[in-house]
Design a protein around this ligand. Sequence first.
Ligand code: ACM
Length: 475
Amino acid sequence: MSDIAIVPAPRELTVDEGRWVTADPVADAVRDVVENLDATEYRIDIGTDGARLTAGSEDALRHAETTYAQLVEAAEDAGDGQVAVPLAHVADAPRFGWRGMMLDVARHFMPKEFVRNVIDVLALHRLNVLHFHLTDDQGWRVEIEAYPRLTEVGAWREHTMVGKMSHGQTEFTYDGIRHGGFYTKDDLREIVAYAAERGITVVPEIDLPGHMQAAIAAYPELGNHPDQQLTVRPYWGISEDVLNVNDATVEFVKTVLREVLDIFPSPYVHLGGDECPSVQWAESDAAQKRQAELGLGEPGQLQGWFTAQVAEVLAEQGRRLVGWDEMVETDCPKDAVIMAWRSAERGVVAAKAGHEVVMAPCESVYFDYYQGDPATEPLAIGGNITLEKVYDFEVIPAALSEAEQELIIGTQCQIWTEYMEGPEQVGYMLLPRLSAFAERAWGSPKVSYDEFLGRLRPHLKRIEKLGVNYRPLDS
Ligand code: ACM
């Protein structure tokens, strides 16, 4: 028999003496959605006469199935085609409603088959949000019928810088390889449906008004220098080429968003808001005129105005705006959900300003950071977040009062793909750090890192079965 190794660990698990002997524990279990459990709660009860899975909703029943499948792996062979399943009771529910992972498919395009693999990985870990970073300076990945050049032009870059980008670098060596790709609306609907069948919401991100160089390369009239033809950016870093704040650009973005909302039924839609330099607005007559008309003190405040304009499309359809934490500083709508990324402290600031917050701090859950000695690891963006550090992540910052803690609706890990060319590299950076992250997102009891490693070792075989790469454990 193998030991019981459920990842993420359920909130409560008890194991009794004895066994349930059965030919097929999965087929022979009884399942019920019941009214006396909360929508997120489930129970598993295995007695000598059978197994019963009960849950407060279909979503919770799916979690029960995932846990149960991991539990019955511990069954022993009982001869005669029968197995002996340990008697166990599970009482479980997630701590957080938003248990997410962000996948950046803009820096490197990922085939849709791999996106499905990622969704399988999320489902295995009882996570429920795939935040899909679909656009950035280096590529536009979503088909928009009103503006075909967004993908005809914006989905392709002529080549990509080689090596690690350093601060202020202006000269690059390129790989000479055209890179790109995009998802058709049908592809995306397929991904959305595949995720929904597994209880996962796909939250699209159209990052604006910065991180828009690919769109401006496709439609120069969106930029602050419409007379200049930009390229889709072939290197990393932050582009100063941001959207202009003209009415026509607001309308353009609204049209794009209407098409995006039509593909993604998610109640949440992410409009970026990170890293938006305002130098071009400070130099632009049109932006200066707009700033004066609106009575804004700083060009940077145009970002809040712009976001509020285009977010009307979300409000029309009852969708919630989500944005990176810079949004808090730009007079964003008060009901925006803030994704704290620059530090956990940014989550404190957002919660104290009354926003709901998803904790995604770079110091803890940026899986583009190194996870071991940079001398022996594949090239990464920097930092160092070991598996153990993820295991030790505290989602809720200590500085929040009890009332403010209620505003932390969840947590999310990030895969930015500047230095990940494809599925193999993404798998290596994602796993098994995501397994440790899932424990914190779910609210698994924290016994010890060694206890976690004991469950993780057999769990890695499950990841292998999904055909996804991972970084082997150090020992
Ligand atoms: C971010 O990492 N720029 C959100």
